[in-house]
Design a protein. Structure first.
Length: 300
């Protein structure tokens, strides 16, 4: 009997012992959706940096090279997808460009999904040098790039206040390289919206997301993982973004409800608002579609 091969992902991003950001936000949902996932942790921390204290270690470029060499020498580098997220140093990020080339040499059809984690809400939380490395070396290699609005502004050098400016910024990224640009969150006209663009079609797909009065950590990492999964599993981009956003919104709403019901007065707020992925298993596997995407045909 011949079985269909299971899609296999290498995910390079942060890891926390307690909580859900980076690989902790990505691996479990991807596995639920039928993907084999191998994880390399760019950093390993006790918890995310929103807590009063965090401890841990940072992987350097030599460590990454050694791990990849081990995979290559054992013929374990046959991936269908590469997913990258938080990286804290320029040397590590430059090494990722080499990793992309190695994996695409092994499988020219590999899909590289890049989440260019640099900051949010107008504030960078990685070294300034990473911006140019993403723009010049990493994003040109990506098939799909998944920035938030602030990261899109950094990559395109365009300040976004209108849909027209967002369209211009997305066009800049397409010219750099990626076939698909998925903006995980924008706030234009006081609406929270996700936007998808492919450079083969003269249209945008947008989906409005109801605002939840809380600040979540790891939601962008979850968005990137879900979008990777559904672009593979679904036949069209509209369905892919609808399933991605409805799963994500359900997880965030469940998390918010848990945080409001939490009676543990000793817990930090960061602890109370950790993503409730395990409790949201059903929403990840079979999202109920309540939020619908709209296709906008662009005029030149």
């Amino acid at each position: 009997m011949c079985f269909k091969k299971t899609p296999r992902i290498l995910s390079i991003q942060s890891h926390v012992v307690s909580g859900y950001v980076g690989n902790k936000s990505a691996v479990f949902p991807l596995q639920l959706l039928g993907f084999e996932v191998d994880a390399i942790n760019s950093v390993q921390l006790s918890n995310h940096t929103g807590y009063k204290v965090f401890k841990g270690q940072v992987l350097n470029d030599k460590d990454l090279e050694e791990l990849i060499n081990g995979l290559v020498q054992n013929n374990l580098d046959n991936y269908t997808h590469l997913l990258t997220g938080y990286v804290g140093s320029a040397s590590f990020l430059k090494k990722i460009a080499e990793v992309v080339r190695v994996l695409k040499h092994k499988n020219p059809n590999l899909i590289y999904v890049c989440d260019p984690v640099m900051g949010d809400n107008g504030k960078m939380y990685v070294p300034e040098a990473l911006k140019e490395i993403y723009r010049e070396e990493i994003v040109p290699l990506a098939d799909i790039v998944v920035p938030n609005q602030f990261e899109l502004e950094l990559l395109s050098n365009i300040k976004i206040n209108t849909m027209s400016e967002l369209q211009d910024a997305v066009t800049v990224l397409h010219k750099i390289g990626p076939q698909t640009v998925a903006v995980s969150s924008t706030e234009i006209n006081d609406k929270l919206t996700a936007i998808i663009s492919t450079n083969k079609e003269n249209k945008l797909i947008k989906i409005n997301i109801p605002k939840i009065p809380a600040s979540f950590t790891g939601s962008g990492d979850l968005f990137a993982a879900l979008f990777l999964a559904h672009t593979y599993l679904q036949n069209d981009m509209k369905t892919a973004i609808e399933k991605t956003v409805n799963s994500l919104y359900s997880v965030l709403l469940k998390t918010y409800e848990y945080s409001k019901a939490c009676q543990d007065k000793e817990s930090q707020l960061a602890r109370k608002i950790e993503l409730k992925l395990i409790q949201s298993k059903n929403y990840i596997e079979t999202p109920e579609i309540c939020l619908f995407a709209e296709v906008i045909v662009l005029t030149n």
